[in-house]
Design a protein around this ligand. Structure first.
Ligand SMILES: [Mg+2]
Length: 235
């Protein structure tokens, strides 16, 4: 193996977050009587997603806190779409429903279970602690994972170098090997968080880009894959 440890992003890399989000959204909006026809669902999801991703990027820059974001995204969503409900209640239902709707991305199980015992697998995720733990315990991937690092618990989010330093320190205890002697690979779907984060701490990175998005940024992954199984060619 070319690498000593693999660092995986969770959402839309190993877990199909887009699918979880869509199904959760459908359940919660229906529960609150906010949805009429199926056509409407896609529009509402798009509106929520743009609000949500803007708030997450503000969070990554340290402009808003996660606690603020959790309710604010629903407040803005309701206002934008002229809907009436309690954003705090909507947020609560969303966070309660989301962990029960878990789907893997294509090839995730085969990849992670196949690598188990050959190389340690660590998850580094920007997300809400209890939600991510519940989701992983439902995913079937837990037995193959060495460690899970969640930004909420560590206090820093990708691409901040400090979440990687925190991970390396935790690994030092676990692997009984000096992280500076180890070769790491970060695998993730987001250039601005996963790949830039790897760049910030000078480790190799693999951009998982199943939708073949054109990279219009200056962020340069070490290599790029379109399917998870392709990763095996680089290890
Ligand atoms: Mg991701």
């Amino acid at each position: 193996m070319k690498y000593d440890v693999l660092l995986f992003d969770a959402d839309d890399t190993l877990l199909d977050f887009k699918k979880s989000e869509r199904i959760t959204f459908d359940i919660v909006l229906n529960k609150h009587g906010l949805i009429g026809e199926p056509v409407q669902l896609d529009q509402l999801i798009e509106s929520y997603k743009s609000i949500n991703s803007l708030l997450w990027s503000q969070e990554a820059q340290g402009l808003v806190t996660k606690d603020f974001l959790k309710i604010e995204r629903f407040k803005q969503f309701l206002e934008t779409n002229n809907l009436f409900a309690d954003p705090a209640l909507l947020s609560e239902d969303y966070l309660e429903t989301l962990p029960s709707q878990v789907f893997l991305t294509e090839g995730a199980f085969e990849l992670v279970s196949g690598l188990h015992g050959k190389i340690p697998i660590v998850i580094i995720t920007n997300g809400v602690g209890n939600v991510q733990y519940k989701r992983f315990s439902q995913s079937g991937l837990n037995p193959f994972i060495e460690m899970m690092i969640i930004s909420e618990e560590c206090g820093f989010s990708k691409p901040d170098k400090r979440i990687f330093d925190y991970t390396f320190n935790r690994l030092r205890e676990k692997l009984k090997k000096n992280p500076s002697e180890s070769k790491f690979l970060m695998i993730g779907d987001k250039l601005e968080t996963d790949i830039l984060g790897a760049q910030n701490c000078e480790i190799d990175s693999c951009w998982y880009n199943p939708d073949k998005i054109i990279n219009s940024t200056t962020i340069a992954p070490t290599f790029e894959i379109q399917s998870l199984s392709e990763l095996l060619n680089y290890l």
